[in-house]
Design a protein around this ligand. Sequence first.
Ligand code: G6P
Length: 608
Amino acid sequence: MCGIVGYIGQKEAVKVLIDGLKRLEYRGYDSAGLAFIKNGDLGCIKAVGKIVELEKKLNGNITHTNMGIAHTRWATHGAPTFENAHPHIDCKSEIAVVHNGIIENYDYLKTKLKREGHIFRSETDTEVLAHLIEKYFHGNLEMAVMNALKEVEGTYGIAVISTRDKQKIVAARKGSPLAIGIGNKEYFITSDVSASLEHTREVVYLDDNEIAILTTNGYETKTMENIPTYKKVEEVLWNIDMIEKGGYPHFMLKEIHEQPQALRNAMRGRVDSCSYSIRLGGLISHEKVLREAKRIVIIACGTSWHAGLVGEYMLEEMARIPVEVEYASEFRYRNPVIEEGTIVIAISQSGETADTLGAMREAKQKGAKLFSICNVVGSTIAREADFGIYLHIGPEIGVASTKAFTAQIAVLYLFTLHMMKLKHAEVPVNSDTINAVQSIPDKIQSILDKEKEIVELAKIYKDSEHALYLGRGYNYPVALEGALKLKEISYVHAEGYPAAEMKHGPIALINKDMPVIFIATQDKVYEKIMNNIEEVKSRGGRVIAIATEGDMQIVKKVNHVFYIPKTSDVLTPILSVIPLQLLAYHMAVMRGCDVDKPRNLAKSVTVE
Ligand code: G6P
């Protein structure tokens, strides 16, 4: 989704901005642009398509400027065209603005500004900001931005420069993340710290309704009422190697292979094998709330929602607490009932997903206690929750989420064990439950070691236009996730279904051209799923089964088998999803798709 980079310092700004934009490419975008001030004039270069197109327009020209702002745009209002790309400029070409978010009253503002004589050049909501700032400009840029934003409804993270108040970048935030990177006599404003990580790990996160003023001498932060705020400087725990491919052709493949280590990191220091207890630092001072919880509602989007479904099954089965899992986008607008004793868990890799954040705010207003499971430290969701747990798996760059899914399930499992203890569940946490999760990273590795088998399967099925994924129990969310992975990156139409539901509709689709992927591990619904396999086979379907090592019975019934090691039913999703991630990856590569930047998708969806 849209990305912002701003720079002011001693270096060649355009180079810093282009490098920063490249770090944001993974978020998904369709056009890019940058603006700078040189010899007192505003320069602006924009291009449709990839950053490389923007570089072509620069044509190697060094601009010799020390400050500027840049943007990658993911179209919302208006097609991805040159005119609609950011930065947007005022009538007199004195002000340039880049913006993430959505201005909800832009139509009204645009009509009003046009009536006042402002000339618009694009179809975007953002352009109204440039004209509004122009309207309120009386020599001081931050005052103009503050006054302009008073008229604006919606969400924004913006960065603004002006030839009339030079050597200054003004940024403001409401609902769309921004962080100041603090370097050596240089300052950055970014929507994602990856863009400035090459230069500094020291950052200050802006809060909603805050404004920042960056100059070569330092930075200031204020409220929108012009009252100074004092912010904590935080250190980003990621380093530059973690946001590079490390020899892999794609981030997605790197992240699939990182899973054994990612899960070790997610569990480090959290499992006490002697006392069979779980230490989750973020929950320590909230045990009373957790012990007294009567109900849990999990809200999330996309892959995180699938992890939430696994969480529902495990929390209900093991900790015996009622759980519902909701799409955040639905929850926030349907006036949900939140009684006393409800804990709302927001699951989000990025911690910035607008729908999840909106749903959290709705739940908070209704009195729920908010608990977050996020990966990105310092993200908005993590900061707005009452308490939470981080995944600690390093940055996830590939748009298709992989290591976050398995780590979310591992963390939900630890949380479930913790809840079992707190709620005195009938079944105790014991060495089996602890050992089961500790042996998971090695088991993932043994699956990754058999990647070649998946490559062979991908060769056979790469030209399929449809695929059906079926699972039951704990493997039902895996069926959904397997289908999502395939459609996201290879554009093959794929459906995930609970296997028994197949006969209520999808069975009509079965034919020899559509592979049916059954996740058929030896769990308590194994016999049931074998019947579903028979139903597909008897209609001429071609079946790929993900099965438990040692299951010889299944070989006779299906076209292909991929074995995964045995584990407890509840942890199976962490293993059974790995071959499905690999299958989606290899099919996408064989189909010539851009795996890390799939069309139309964004890594972090910061608009509703
Ligand atoms: C986007 C991404 C998905 C992700 C979803 C939720 O759609 O492409 O991979 O699962 O957002 O993101 P979150 O950061 O909240 O987990």
